[in-house]
Design a binder for this molecule. Structure first.
Ligand SMILES: [Zn+2]
Length: 239
């Protein structure tokens, strides 16, 4: 009988050790992903999770499927109602989702579900903590200038339709705290105090969940509001 050379035994043992190490790393990696769903592309999105590597891609996918998006709201225990489809052509709205417990003023408009999801993340991950940390207060109202408007960009007679044409956008003008303080995009953006610091923090925070964020830094048309939308067609804008 022919005996195998000692170095063949070593090679076999080395392969076994490498395979074992890879297996342990694989199991450890999977365990880590299970414990960190925000980084796990296979974990269902929960808006209460901290933002992670996979959050952006998952938010992007919500645009393609209203049912999946609404399932995310339900899973995340976000109160909402749905309204029947309305409109036609470029202003047809098949996804009208209205948040049930959101401090929007003067009313809570129906928006697309991806905008509703992004608003929810923004409020909890950015607006509430920034108000507490920078202003020492609680936000009781978020003032807006509207979500739906059947028009093209900048109200032109031609050119691309605005994301507002399907309420896939909302314009935020200010914030009111429980103690009555009011923070206005128009009045407080260029100051240098705590209100300005707060506005800049929540503008940056909006960029974590919205595809497009346009502030007074973008152009004069946005001097009095933040335009937040979930258009995924273009590269992201955060300015
Ligand atoms: Zn807008």
């Amino acid at each position: 009988m022919k005996r195998s050379a000692p170095n063949q035994h070593f090679a076999a043992a080395r392969r076994a050790v490498v395979a074992l190490v890879l297996m342990i790393l694989g199991v450890a990696g999977w365990q880590w992903l299970l414990a960190h769903p925000q980084h796990n592309p296979w974990a269902p999105l929960d808006l209460r999770d901290p933002p992670g590597w996979a959050t952006d891609a998952k938010l992007g996918m919500l645009k393609d499927d209203v049912a999946v998006c609404r399932a995310v709201l339900t899973r995340s225990e976000v109160a909402f109602t749905t309204l029947p489809a309305t409109g036609e052509g470029a202003c047809a709205r098949t996804d009208r989702t209205r948040l049930g417990d959101y401090p929007l003023a003067p009313d809570t408009p129906a928006v697309t579900c991806p905008v509703a999801a992004a608003l929810e993340i923004w409020r909890h991950k950015s607006v509430i903590p920034a108000a507490r940390k920078i202003l020492g207060g609680e936000v009781v109202r978020i003032e807006h200038l509207g979500a739906f408007s059947c028009r093209r960009m900048y109200g032109g007679a031609e050119g691309p339709w605005s994301e507002h044409a399907t309420a896939n956008a909302i314009d935020i003008a200010g914030f009111v705290l429980k103690d009555g303080r009011r923070i206005s995009v128009l009045k407080d953006w260029t100051d240098s105090g705590a209100k300005t610091e707060f506005l800049r923090a929540v503008r940056a925070g909006a960029c974590d969940s919205f595809a497009t964020v346009l502030s007074p830094d973008y152009n004069a048309a946005h001097a009095d509001h933040f335009h937040l939308d979930q258009d995924m067609r273009w590269s992201r804008v955060c300015r």
